[in-house]
Design a protein around this ligand. Structure first.
Ligand SMILES: NC(=O)c1ccc[n+]([C@@H]2O[C@H](COP(=O)([O-])OP(=O)(O)OC[C@H]3O[C@@H](n4cnc5c(N)ncnc54)[C@H](OP(=O)(O)O)[C@@H]3O)[C@@H](O)[C@H]2O)c1
Length: 238
């Protein structure tokens, strides 16, 4: 069975991915800054992806201790700000967690994947790349993650490593509810607009991730899968 490293594994989508893969018999390794909301079903490390040097050292240790077959770059962070009011420190934080964090985690896992001649990388992006007000830093970083996905897919295909992105939303997690409280106009407008007439659950993203890290997905690379209840229809390119 495979070993999967999941970033941002303390709660929400990351913890749901870990639980689903572990239930299927895989070994899971999680990282985040805080303890997990529920008991984590595998090895778990405290790592702050904003602290690049410390994170690189920790990931080096993790990659030495565990033979990582699959990596899910899920850690994410959003600070909505209108264009004219963007605080550059906040902008940098969003790039550090959502984008540079994925780069340093991938670099740490790459040697073992290359040596094995097989690997799976799943980058958790966002539907906000298609346009969402006040998300310059977040959507910029998440769009960068799609750029990473396409570049890495080409660079790593010959090594047997696939790289894909999932663009979720709306998924009811702490991150979503912080910016769209239940009962607010923001929440109600989205709830009414979702074609399948329900909000997403972390398990919806976990199911898609489980496919993309599987051997069955070996012919899928460089793609972006919108897991969004149809909300991006009419906006996402064909
Ligand atoms: N929910 C949605 O509708 C939605 C839509 C589009 C995309 N996404 C993306 O899906 C992913 C998961 O989001 P979620 O909704 O599950 O959010 P969440 O519940 O807020 O979880 C975010 C995870 O990222 C971790 N994280 C944040 N900053 C970190 C840092 N500096 N270092 C290490 N880990 C850090 C958090 O752990 P700690 O706080 O413990 O560090 C947590 O485990 C994110 O990339 C998010 O952008 C979510």
């Amino acid at each position: 069975m495979a070993t999967t490293l999941i970033t941002g594994a303390s709660k929400g989508i990351g913890l749901a991915i870990a639980e689903r893969l572990a239930e299927a018999g895989d070994t899971v390794v999680g990282i985040a800054r805080s303890e997990s909301d529920r008991p984590f079903p595998g090895a778990y490390y405290s790592v702050d992806l904003e602290d690049t040097a410390a994170a690189q050292a920790a990931l080096q240790d993790i990659a030495t201790t565990h033979a990582i077959d699959n990596l899910v770059n899920n850690a994410g962070y959003s600070i909505p700000q209108p264009l004219g009011e963007i605080d550059l420190d906040d902008f940098d934080k969003q790039v550090a967690v959502n984008l540079r964090g994925a780069l340093i985690c991938t670099q740490a896992c790459l040697p073992a994947m290359r040596a094995a001649g097989r690997g799976r990388i799943v980058n958790i992006s966002s539907r906000s790349v298609l346009g969402k007000e006040d998300r310059t830093g977040y959507a910029g970083a998440k769009a960068g993650l799609i750029g990473f996905t396409r570049v890495w897919a080409l660079e790593l295909a010959a090594d047997g490593i696939t790289v894909n992105a999932i663009a979720p939303g709306p998924i009811e997690t702490d991150l979503f509810l912080r910016h769209h409280p239940v009962g607010s106009d923001a929440y109600n407008n989205i709830a009414q607009a979702v074609p399948v007439k329900r909000m997403g659950k972390p398990a919806d993203i976990a199911a898609a991730t489980q496919f993309l890290v599987s051997d069955d997905a070996s012919f899928v690379t460089g793609q972006v899968l919108y897991v969004c209840g149809g909300l991006t229809l009419g906006a996402a390119p064909v």
